[in-house]
Ligand binder design. Structure first.
Ligand SMILES: Cc1cc2nc3c(=O)[nH]c(=O)nc-3n(C[C@H](O)[C@H](O)[C@H](O)COP(=O)(O)OP(=O)(O)OC[C@H]3O[C@@H](n4cnc5c(N)ncnc54)[C@H](O)[C@@H]3O)c2cc1C
Length: 502
């Protein structure tokens, strides 16, 4: 392979591109990443991710570093009306959620991106080129040719690669090359977003996130990490977007909460929140991931989470195809699986947006009466099923993520599974023989080189899970999603044959 020829080129080094490069780099895939900008994007964006995403950071060996810059969010999110009555709660949870970590974390996006970038220095087959803009793409049968502009030297280079992944954000250049349509789920609204850094004399502010559903001025307040706090304020008809980001105006908008001598303003920006999903995430050797193929209003803090889930789904498939274990058609399951999953989150965010963004006082009164007529409604993040793809059977648990239990020696399950498939069972003996039989005799030749880790569930939380589901064997994929569940070894073998016979 010459210097300008790679297995995978990634366009864009935001959270999606950087996580994907870590996942691929770990598997020894040769990767080149191009990022147009010299610096990490400095304006205020994501502040929350969930336990599943922490688990993905664990899978790339960066959990301690990510924990170092994050705060476990234990107090949840409260939706209040103009009179400060609680309408709706997203529950706070303890430190031990189903993924072997807290359910929610708060963080500062540039710090997270730095951790992901530093992680890439571990892999000598991953190269990162900052200030390099991908300007054109041409696909031939066997590979893709990229033209990349080195912005520092103002010269263009040619790169040859097997696959190109567009992690190039909301205004994706790659999206045009995949001929994707756009499904619009209906929300489009400008908001002012700004972060402040508290001084020592700052008043005490809530630890939980507050969604202020005041029809006169919907807004959100959030404790980020350390002394950083986030305000998000909806623009109303007649607001002057430019004027809104001026310091005086920012202080006026949050006067009830904090005064200029108690904090400093770090950064402010106006964003238009969208709710869209691209239709067509793959065209031959080109694929999209992250904001390039979906965008959500941030009311659930799930946009980047979806990006990270995309690349966890895509990476093991790409690795299997590049290592000749699976045929290229495995990549077609990526959009089929991920699109309905992300849609469930975007649709919920739009619904939540309808609650928060109500500006008609009469409608707001009706909403309040409805929501206050009972105890505050408590809602959780959805755990949607993937669309049809690399899983088989009819249980509603198929295509959902398997929890991360502690095993007998207090080890977290994923540290044994690593980036492999795993069979979880109490019947170690049967599982071992099944593994040998299926691998020797039945699987398609290429998959035979795949490693299956057997997880002994006996006397662990996994055993309780199996009993609750009335099952004895579970197959999880490298992204920890459930691909098969069965009560008997015979049924389970049939499932494996179906999945691995190509
Ligand atoms: C106000 C706000 C609050 C948010 N809050 C949350 C939250 O709490 N939780 C959450 O999960 N998400 C949140 N999000 C969403 C989250 O920030 C995004 O989903 C995430 O940053 C998208 O990551 P990405 O890697 O797909 O794209 P980006 O981060 O946009 O990265 C794309 C990269 O591609 C580069 N690029 C583009 N074109 C080219 C090219 N031709 N060549 C080379 N490089 C190129 C760009 O320079 C950029 O660096 C929020 C967003 C906003 C705006």
């Amino acid at each position: 392979m010459n210097a300008s020829s790679f297995d995978v080129a990634i366009v864009g080094l935001g959270p999606a591109g950087a996580t994907l490069a870590n996942l691929l780099g770990q598997a020894g895939i040769s990767v080149t990443v191009f990022e147009r900008e010299a610096q990490i994007y400095p304006l205020p964006r994501a502040i929350h991710f969930d336990g599943e995403v922490m688990r993905i950071f664990q899978s790339i060996g960066l959990r301690p570093q990510v924990q170092e810059i994050s705060r476990a969010g234990l107090k949840g999110m409260h939706f209040v009306n103009a009179q400060q009555e609680t309408l709706l709660i997203r529950g706070g949870t303890g430190l031990n959620g189903p993924h072997g970590c807290a359910n929610n974390y708060y963080f500062h996006q540039p710090e997270l991106e730095q951790v992901l970038r530093t992680g890439l220095t571990r892999f000598n087959k991953v190269s990162v080129s900052l200030e390099h803009e991908v300007t054109s793409i041409e696909t031939t049968g066997e590979h893709v040719n990229l033209t990349v502009l080195d912005k520092r030297l103002n010269i263009s280079k040619q790169i040859k690669t097997k696959y190109v992944i567009g992690c190039d954000g909301a205004r994706s250049f790659m999206r045009r090359h995949t001929d994707s349509g756009i499904i619009d789920l209906g929300l489009e609204q400008p908001w002012l977003v700004f972060d402040i850094l508290l001084n020592e004399n700052a008043p005490s502010l809530p630890d939980h996130t507050v969604q202020i559903c005041d029809p006169a001025r919907p807004m959100t307040f959030c404790n980020v990490t350390k002394n950083r706090r986030r305000f998000e304020i909806m623009l109303l008809p007649g607001d002057d977007p430019k004027g809104m980001t001026q310091e005086d105006e920012l202080w006026r908008l949050v006067d009830k909460w904090i005064k200029p001598n108690q904090a400093s303003i770090e950064r402010a920006a106006i964003y238009t929140f969208h709710s869209i999903i691209a239709n067509g995430w793959r065209k031959k050797r080109l694929l999209l991931a992250g904001d390039a193929c979906h965008q959500t209003p941030p009311f659930l803090g799930q946009g980047m989470c979806a990006c990270i889930r995309d690349v966890a789904n895509l990476s093991w498939k790409l690795i299997s195809v590049i290592q000749n274990k699976a045929s290229d058609s495995l990549l077609d399951t990526y959009e089929r699986e991920r699109s309905p999953h992300v849609k469930a989150f975007v649709e919920l965010a739009v619904k939540i947006g309808d609650i928060i963004q109500t500006t008609d006082p009469l409608l707001a009164k009706k909403r309040d009466e409805q929501l206050l007529s009972d105890q505050p409604t408590i809602f959780k993040f959805p755990t949607p099923q993937l669309g049809p793809g690399f899983w088989t059977g009819t249980s509603p648990l198929l295509g959902t993520i398997f929890p991360q239990p502690q095993l007998q020696n207090n080890q977290l399950m994923d540290s044994l599974v690593e980036s492999n498939f795993a069979i979880i069972t109490e019947n170690q003996h049967l599982a071992d023989s099944l593994k040998l039989d299926t691998m020797k005799l039945s699987f398609a030749k290429a998959w035979r080189a795949t490693k299956f880790v057997i997880i002994n569930a006996l006397n662990t939380e996994a055993s309780i899970w199996l009993k609750d589901q009335n099952s004895s064997f579970v197959l999880i994929r490298p992204d920890r999603y459930i691909a098969a569940i069965a009560g008997s070894i015979d049924a389970f073998s049939q499932d494996l044959l179906k999945l691995f016979s190509e």
